[in-house]
Design a binder for this molecule. Structure first.
Ligand SMILES: Cc1ncc(COP(=O)(O)O)c(C=O)c1O
Length: 280
């Protein structure tokens, strides 16, 4: 459970941190070592009454301890305990927060993202829903009934109308129920419509035994699962069709040329590819 290297890395990082304050009069906070040791011994025993989330043999749920770098960095920061609410509360950590936002934004293709780090999922959802309700006043939020419960609860807190979309026993959204809600409450913003189109495509692909549908280097890439329902005859016909741009690789991947155009053209090409392969 405990990798001693982590404690070593933390110690050397703390020593380096301390060097930056060496010109100050020496000050080491005192505490009652015996009392703290005793309390922590008791807490450690009580904490044994948990499932071993860190262990690879434990797969009961998604809880996992943070990566060593995250917990070492967190512990390191607690010796200073900065607060990014204003620059005087955390100059260095505010600068690092901005760098982090830029890098996270770049992952989504944004050139100049504006944002901040939230203290956790509940706060992140609260802020996102609040912003959404300001940008689209009066709009309803719909989310899978399998979505984290903060979505429904925070919509309630913020006074945003909310509807849950039913799910199948395997946890997939019931798209007919979603269409029913859209019919009743109105259309989606373009970004959400695109996301929904992705879900529809994945659902059609899944019924055909296609486990993944991706876009890479100008091609639509389908990955056929072991029990693929793709009709081999249809596939052969497509491969022989002049100009179909289709090719098949031994790793169960089917590649098709993707049109150069907007999202709607791309979705249409993926839909027609799945239909040609036999999707309902
Ligand atoms: C999607 C989602 N939202 C919100 C939360 C709540 O996060 P936190 O406990 O950090 O507030 C979680 C936690 O698992 C989550 O998975």
């Amino acid at each position: 459970m405990i990798n001693p290297a982590e404690l070593h890395v933390l110690r050397t990082a703390l020593e380096r941190l301390e060097e930056g304050f060496a010109d100050l009069p020496r000050f080491t906070p005192e505490f009652d070592v015996d009392v703290v040791t005793d309390v922590l011994q008791q807490v450690s025993v009580r904490m044994q009454d948990n499932y071993p989330y860190y262990h690879p043999l434990y797969a009961g749920q998604m809880l996992k301890p943070p990566h060593p770098v995250a917990r070492i960095a967190y512990a390191l920061s607690l010796w200073i305990n900065p607060n990014n609410h204003a620059l005087d509360g955390g100059r260095a950590s505010s600068a690092m927060e901005k760098e982090c936002i830029s890098e996270l934004g770049r992952m989504f293709g944004w050139e100049a993202p504006l944002g901040h780090l939230a203290g956790g999922g509940t706060m992140a959802n609260l802020e996102a829903l609040w912003i959404a309700s300001r940008l689209h006043p009066g709009k309803r939020v719909v989310a899978s009934e399998q979505a984290h419960y903060t979505h429904a609860r925070l919509c309630d807190v913020l006074g945003i109308p909310f509807s849950a979309i039913r799910c199948s026993p395997t946890g997939h959204m019931d798209l007919a129920h979603l269409d029913e809600l859209l019919d009743r409450y109105g259309s989606l913003p373009d970004e959400a419509e695109n996301l929904l189109e992705v879900i529809r495509l994945k659902s059609r692909a899944r019924r055909l035994g296609i486990s993944a549908i991706d876009l890479a280097k100008g091609e639509i890439v389908l990955t056929a699962a072991d029990q693929s329902q793709v009709d081999p005859q249809r596939l052969l016909d497509l491969l022989h069709q002049a100009g179909s741009g289709l090719r098949v690789a031994p790793d169960r991947k089917i590649y098709a040329r993707a049109p150069r155009g907007d999202a709607a053209q791309l979705f249409a090409a993926a839909r027609s590819l799945l239909a040609n392969l036999g999707a309902a």
